[in-house]
Structures are given as structure tokens and as C-alpha cells.
Design a protein around this ligand. Structure first.
Ligand SMILES: C[S@@+](CC[C@H](N)C(=O)[O-])C[C@H]1O[C@@H](n2cnc3c(N)ncnc32)[C@H](O)[C@@H]1O
Length: 249
């Protein structure tokens, strides 16, 4: 089932934002510095760029194919452009950006190799491509609620998310070197009524992959778990950051 980001755009910002610690980890990992020109690929409502801009004064441009998501992004401090990242070439000249970031978008892309090659083209020498995503290990083991409450999502998500080895191959094929990975860790996520509300509102597109019956059963189980918890429960989420450099020469 295709994910309808026009529909999701209406509530996305109510349930999704980055923690300050995530942005700071991204800045360190990607060596993002003031004055750099950054492309936010699949920028959605522009959260990542807007929050990045609060920490480091870069020039941020976002592209996305959903007009609904872009309408929200357009109210924030980045420039936006409607473009389908699957329809190469991207609408930018060679050597345009210092950094290209694709945050939680690569699983939506059909022609991944073509896209990453085109990102290489639009990066300046010594520029870098950064992906935020989930590896199969993260999907299997390191999600706060999926394994216990929505177990069939594991195989569904593994089908759509490329695993680390596939991404490594694509980065190498595209010409990137200095390929590095780092785990993004969100600790102390409260599994409480606020979290339940986020799940009920399908705050990650993953939940749209389930049949309505399975989704409702998982929500009911999670609700019961929260109601029966005597102590506050918090869990960790772990994801993957991946980096590749376009070395000069
Ligand atoms: C999970 S959201 C992530 C949004 C944003 N990067 C963030 O971290 O909040 C995925 C975004 O990718 C966009 N997207 C999916 N396929 C795309 C494509 N082929 N070209 C451009 N954007 C795409 C969707 O419209 C959606 O806004």
C-alpha cells in the first residue's frame, strides 16, 4: 500500500520532531559547519533542516514530492522545492552542495543507486552524503514497541528498508569513500499515554503497512500494557547514520 504523505502531513508535526541530542550527533557525525550548503532530500515538513538551522547557520534547501509536506516546510527557515527523488536527474547543477542528507527517505526510493549516484554528482569535492535510516538489525531488535506489539511489521519493514550492506554497495558504486556508520540512540522514551497517542496516529509510516485488524489488536495490547504498568516504563530506540565522502582528486 503506498503511503499517503498528503494525509500524513496534516498531523506529522504534532507527533514527529528531532531531539536536540540527535541534531548535535548528526552535526558531529557529518562534520556539518556554518555556511555550508545543505540539501535535505525528502525533507517532509522540514523538521530536520529547521532544527539543524537552530544549531548551525547553514543554507538549507529541501526537496520532497509531497505538496502537503512541503506546504508545512514552507513555513520554516529553509527553501523548498517539489521534486521526485526517483526521477533523476535531481534539479541541481553539478557541485552544488556541501552536504546531502536523506533522513528516513531511502526506503521510499525505488531507484536507489541512480539517486545516490546523482547525489554524488551534485555534491562539491569533499562534500558528504548522510543517510538516517534503520538497518535490519535495528528493525528486528531495537525498536521500542514493534517486536512485542506489532510483530508482523518486522518482516514488512525489512522488505522496504535496505540493509546496511546494500547501502554500503550503493555508496561504493556511486564513488563515495570514507564510508562510516554510527548508531543513533534515543534513550528514555516514555512508553505512556502520550506514546500511545502517537502510535494511534501512526506517527511512523510503518504502521500504515499493517491491516486494520492487526493494527487495532497491537494498539489494544499496548494500551493494556501501559495501563497495567505500575512503574513508568521507558525504552530505547536505535537507528543508523551512514556517511560517505566525495573525495577530491
Ligand atoms: C518519513 S518522512 C521523513 C521526512 C523528513 N526527512 C524528516 O526526517 O522528518 C519521508 C518523506 O520522504 C518523502 N518522499 C518519499 N518518496 C519520495 C521521493 N521519491 N522523492 C522525494 N520525496 C519523497 C515523503 O513525501 C516524506 O515527506
Amino acid at each position: 500500500m503506498p503511503i499517503d504523505y498528503g494525509h500524513i502531513s496534516k498531523t506529522y508535526d504534532n507527533f514527529r520532531s528531532y531531539r536536540y541530542s540527535e541534531i548535535m550527533q548528526l552535526i558531529g557525525f557529518g562534520k556539518i559547519q556554518a555556511g555550508m550548503k545543505v540539501l535535505d532530500l525528502g525533507c517532509g515538513t522540514g523538521n530536520l533542516s529547521a532544527q539543524l538551522l537552530e544549531c548551525v547557520p547553514v543554507e538549507a534547501i529541501g526537496i520532497d514530492k509531497s505538496l502537503g509536506m512541503l506546504k508545512k516546510a514552507n513555513t520554516k527557515a529553509l527553501q523548498v522545492l517539489c521534486a521526485d527523488a526517483d526521477a533523476n536527474p535531481l534539479p541541481f547543477k553539478n557541485d552544488s552542495f556541501d552536504i546531502v542528507i536523506g533522513a528516513y527517505v531511502i526506503h521510499h526510493i525505488r531507484s536507489r543507486t541512480a539517486l545516490i549516484k546523482d547525489c554524488f554528482r551534485i555534491l562539491k569535492d569533499d562534500g558528504a552524503m548522510i543517510l538516517l535510516t534503520s538497518s535490519h538489525d535495528h528493525i528486528e531488535r531495537l525498536h521500542p514497541v514493534i517486536r512485542e506489539f506489532f510483530p508482523s511489521l518486522i518482516e514488512l519493514d525489512k522488505k522496504r528498508f535496505p540493509d546496511t550492506e546494500e547501502l554500503d554497495d550503493i555508496f561504493q558504486t556511486a564513488g563515495f569513500d570514507d564510508i562510516r556508520h554510527e548508531e543513533l540512540v534515543l534513550s528514555d522514551i516514555p512508553i505512556d499515554m502520550v506514546y500511545l497517542e502517537k502510535v494511534k496516529n501512526k506517527f511512523v509510516s510503518t504502521f500504515y503497512l499493517l491491516s486494520d485488524n492487526e493494527f487495532q489488536a497491537g494498539v489494544a495490547k499496548l494500551e493494556k500494557f501501559i495501563a497495567n504498568s505500575r512503574e513508568p516504563v521507558s525504552r530505547e530506540w536505535r537507528g543508523l547514520m551512514m556517511y560517505g565522502k566525495k573525495s577530491s582528486g
